[in-house]
Design a protein around this ligand. Structure first.
Ligand code: CUA
Length: 325
């Protein structure tokens, strides 16, 4: 009992705020889900109190019986009433849960909402996120930019195993299933940074499959998209480009320089990203150096192999990557 109460306190203390708290809602869908959660939580507390009562009553009666004569017939009647109460109570509770949950299921489902301002395709991969903006002809990775206050329709699938897509402050969790597309309609009320993560165990780096979502003012969002859609200016980066060609281009795309290599993340806007290795570390030169030389030190389980490079080649490659914006 004590363990139960302690874990409840821990849940309450940790769940109410923080970048991944579904109770700290930032959009209409998350708000409805959190509202439902509080109702279920209150009901759960009630059930907990009743069950504890059920435990206390027999203890009390056993204690009382010790002091008086046994009364088998009365016990039987009480037990039957007890059982009737448990069955009846359970039916009422489950049915009322259904009654409060059904409208939330309907209103947060994408099928009820035929309007969207933009569409974003997200494809789960071991262990990163491919992000496509079909309206803007942009392919990127691991960071999603959306306009605040606008309706975003996510079309979610997987390129390998089952992952799950969850941005707790914006919406509920959905599976990313290979060969099947699931939709999610999301609105972020305010501009800001929202964190998401993979919530289905998908392999060794599952816990490091982190997603960063940035909601911008609508005008700023269009500027972002234009910047992402532009080909990077890599003039004067010939050395780095040559290193990229021999070590990286088999797996990574750079618009303009190295088209269509579908294995790893598209790097056309690499220098605009805040994070490296699917949200694990900051995108700075030191981390990038570590990542290229030994990805598994930064993120065990990453598919990218370690690259052996001479010092000058490595620095030229870093210059080239840092010019991709
Ligand atoms: Cu992808 Cu867990």
């Amino acid at each position: 009992m004590l363990v139960g109460e302690l874990s409840l306190l821990v849940v309450l203390a940790t769940a109410c705020e923080g970048p991944e708290s579904f109770l700290d809602t930032a959009g209409p869908a998350a708000e409805e889900i959190a509202g439902l959660w509080w109702i279920m939580f209150a009901l759960g507390l009630g059930v907990y109190a009743v069950v504890m009562g059920f435990v206390a009553v027999p203890i009390w009666r056993r204690w009382r019986r010790r002091r008086g004569p046994p009364s088998d017939e009365r016990d039987l009647i009480v037990e039957r009433r007890f059982l009737g109460g448990v069955i009846g109570g359970s039916i009422v509770i489950l049915f009322s849960l259904y009654l409060v949950a059904a409208p939330v299921l309907v209103s947060t489902s994408p099928s009820g909402q035929d309007h969207q301002d933009i569409t974003v395709d997200v494809i789960g991969r071991q262990f990163w996120w491919e992000v496509r903006y079909p309206d803007h002809d942009v392919i990127t990775a691991n960071e999603i930019h959306i306009p605040a206050g606008r309706t975003v329709r996510f079309r979610i699938t997987s390129g390998d195993v089952i992952h799950a897509f969850w941005i707790p402050r914006l919406h509920g969790k959905v599976d990313m299933t290979p060969g099947h597309t699931t939709e999610l309609v999301v609105t972020a009320d305010e501009p800001g940074h929202y964190r998401g993560r993979c919530t289905e165990y998908c392999g060794i780096a599952h816990a490091q499959m982190i997603l960063h979502v940035y909601a911008h003012e609508p005008g700023e969002f269009e500027e972002w998209m234009e910047e992402l859609a532009d080909e990077p200016e890599t003039d004067g980066q010939d050395e780095g480009r040559a290193v990229f060609a021999s070590h990286c281009a088999a797996c990574h795309t750079v618009r303009g320089d190295f088209p269509s290599s579908p294995v790893g993340p598209d790097l056309s806007d690499f220098a605009l990203r805040q994070k490296l290795a699917s949200g694990v570390v900051d995108n700075d030169r030191e981390n990038l150096r570590r990542w290229i030389l030994d990805p598994h030190d930064v993120k065990p389980g990453a598919a990218m192999p370690a690259t052996r490079l001479e010092r000058d080649d490595l620095e030229a490659l870093l210059d080239y990557l840092e010019s991709l914006r």
